[in-house]
Design a protein around this ligand. Structure first.
Ligand SMILES: [Mn+2]
Length: 478
């Protein structure tokens, strides 16, 4: 973010420079040539000129997104300077009232005449919340822009990714609040509905309705917004949208009238918490509960990819939320259906050292397979789990490990990428292949055959690591 300060006091300039250069790109306008010369040694970017004349601003790098601080003075009327700053196209303007130079009366006069201007004191500056204040103003300007853009639409679609997760669902609620709309005028929808039991439980407990959509129904909306996902995800269906809010890496291939994409944030709800705070929107208990649950679940209880912003959002939402409801949503991972699958894995599975392999046969949904793979990893001796099952004609293999030196994603890619889709991270991966392809490559499709195949592949894969490790410690074998 860029900041331009119009100052007349050397100490104020040096203090500002020290306090802000780490977080902002800051430059100064001073009127007094002698003052500018005294600051010559400081490496600061300084323009000498009359702050009441627009030419002075044209010599700086000021732009629409620059924030301008104007140091108050006891003697001089600030209004000509403020008017000129506005003429330069700046909307974020602060008066820096150092040592109460304005006095109470003039301050009140100025406040009532210049309502779009913020006020900062020296203590606000020295104690650090200045950057937060400025960032909040930037966010506020951004939110107000999209609020205006969407204000006159009859029906806004808040589009989520397929099988929406807590972050997507809660982001939908948050955006609806930001737009001051109801479920009739801001429709939360997805092309494929919620399937995972804990997410269904969330929609039931918090009464979140996700409208089922198809390709044609998108045309029924005046405006489209995507949250927790970017339009490229929908292929050729969405080439242009009105707003995108997301925390995944930014992708090309679409146009958006407005967007706020912050890949260093742990959840989309963290971004939306900042939006809600910036414009002081009331957050209902239901929305706060959904958002808190979303941040917890997207950051694996603040352990994965969490930054200070996520913690801050968490601290802010916590007192607004319903803790009992969150406990209830979290307790819902285990269902009778999942327990039955675990029982199948226990009866029909196979343990060999740190490796647990199981085949569940035909199951209703993919999440049952990944649930069992996660569950088995909790067993004390187990460090790798490989669980397969058949879902509507596809063989799905779910792999988990405790952050092993061997890469789960590489394992599935090596054996299954030629016959289906396969990929993932070091600690979790998945392969999906039509059963017919599996049969052609591995020659078997009965439960025992599938189990024997995955067990053999995994044992071999882990064996390679063991051999490599031994060679590293003992040197090459003769
Ligand atoms: Mn997310």
């Amino acid at each position: 973010m860029k900041c331009l300060a119009v100052c007349h006091d050397e100490l104020v300039i040096r203090t500002l420079a020290r306090a802000l250069t780490k977080s902002l790109e800051i430059e100064f306008i001073v009127e007094d040539r002698l003052l500018a010369r005294r600051l010559h040694d400081s490496d600061l970017k300084i323009t000498v000129g009359d702050p009441r004349r627009i030419e002075t601003y044209l010599r700086t790098t000021v732009g629409a997104d620059t924030c301008v601080l104007v140091e108050a003075s006891g003697r001089r009327n600030l209004r000509p300077t403020l008017d000129t700053v506005r003429d330069a196209g700046v909307t974020l303007i602060y008066v820096l009232d150092v040592g109460h130079a304005l006095g109470a009366k003039r301050r009140e006069e100025l406040r009532s005449a210049e309502q779009d201007i913020g006020y900062l004191s020296l203590s606000g500056l020295v104690h650090g919340p200045l950057v937060t204040t400025l960032e909040r103003s930037m966010t506020r300007a951004r939110v107000q822009q999209y609020q205006r853009h969407l204000a006159d639409a009859d029906r806004v679609l808040i589009l989520l990714h397929d099988d929406p997760d807590p972050d997507a669902l809660a982001s939908g609620l948050a955006l609806r609040s930001l737009l001051h709309r109801t479920r009739a005028t801001a429709i939360i929808g997805s092309l494929q509905g919620v399937t995972r039991p804990e997410n269904l439980r969330m929609t039931n407990l918090l009464d979140i309705r996700v409208e089922p959509l198809n390709r044609n129904s998108l045309e029924r909306f005046d405006r489209i917004v995507t949250v927790d996902v970017q339009p490229h995800y929908f292929g050729d269906l969405l080439s242009r949208v009105d707003l995108v809010i997301d925390h995944h890496p930014e992708r090309a291939g679409y146009r958006a009238a407005f967007k706020d994409i912050r890949p260093d944030y742990g959840s989309t709800c963290t971004i939306l918490t900042e939006h809600l705070r910036a414009v002081d929107v009331n957050i209902s208990e239901r929305t706060a509960t959904a958002m808190l649950y979303a941040i917890k679940s997207d950051t694996l209880f603040l352990s994965r990819q969490t930054n200070e912003r996520d913690l801050d959002a968490f601290r802010f939402l916590y007192p607004l939320s319903n803790a009992a409801l969150i406990r209830k949503m979290e307790g819902s991972e285990t269902t009778v259906e999942r327990l039955r699958c675990v029982a199948d894995a226990v009866h029909g599975g196979d343990v060999a050292g740190p490796l647990y392999t199981a085949h569940l046969g035909e199951v209703a949904r993919e999440d049952l397979i990944s649930y069992v793979a996660d569950f088995l990893l909790q067993v004390d001796e187990v460090k790798w789990s490989v669980v397969s099952g058949i879902v509507q004609g596809d063989l799905v293999v779910s792999v988990r490990n405790l952050g092993d030196s061997r890469h789960a994603g590489e394992f599935v890619k090596r054996h299954f990428s030629d016959i289906g889709s396969a990929g993932g991270h070091r600690a979790m991966a998945k392969a999906v292949t039509p059963v017919q392809h599996f049969l052609e490559k591995f020659g078997s499709l009965d439960a025992e055959g599938i189990l024997a195949t995955t067990r053999e592949l995994a044992t071999q894969f882990l064996g390679e690591a063991e051999t490599a490790r031994r060679q590293r410690t003992n040197g090459p074998q003769p």
